[in-house]
Design a protein around this ligand. Sequence first.
Ligand code: AMP
Length: 252
Amino acid sequence: MKVVVAVKRVVDFNVKIRVKADQSGVELANVRMSINPFDEIAVEEGVRLREAGIASEVLVVSCGAQACQEILRTGLAAGADRAVLVRTDQALEPLAVAKLLKAVCEREEAGLAILGKQAIDDDANQTGQMLAGLLGWSQGTFASSLDISGGRAWVAREVDGGLETVELALPAVVTADLRLNEPRFATLPNILKANHKPMATITPEELGVDIRPRLATVRVEEPPRRPNCTLVADLPQLVAALKGADGPRGAS
Ligand code: AMP
């Protein structure tokens, strides 16, 4: 069974996000970019499936600009076998990405697609669900464990108040939650090996996919600033501060 893992290039999670002065989006110039953290977990899961003899090949796929090659190399260094860049300089909405991934899954005759549960830049949490819908495949979202045997998959999902386990018929789409696994560190030999693994580039046109945007971003704003903090020296000062001009906290 071939496994397709989708990886997105996003602003690194350590970077403090700045909104552009014209409020049209987030500042990306000279900002450190990385693989989406949930996608690292997705790659690790795919590689573990191959190591367990369940997957025959792990293919990492990213849709976006040429620079996405960097994170595809990260996926290859983590153990994926092959990479595909669906290259476009246009901004991509989750629906467009889902259509591109569908085309790749069909071309590759994949039996499983693993995505992150959400991208930390747009927080859309849509692509996996849309991909499953477009392909007509089963879906197991927010997976915190994945077991596969005999053409079926069991996905444990964290829900309010516990764990829900769903049984899926393959082919399926699974989206990775934080606790699915702990991704391994890429070793230097594996980083070097990644440079020699195959990476193909394809365009949305070649896949016959219309990626025109359906949405327009009206405005992006920073969250309201927190009021200034006051440092207090001891408990009496804290009590006095809490009883300050606004009255005790929680008073209506
Ligand atoms: P989202 O629906 O945008 O929150 O993204 C959910 C998941 O879809 C991500 O964790 C990735 O696995 C995948 N994904 C989203 N955008 C892309 C992209 N441009 N290229 C490859 N995979 C993507």
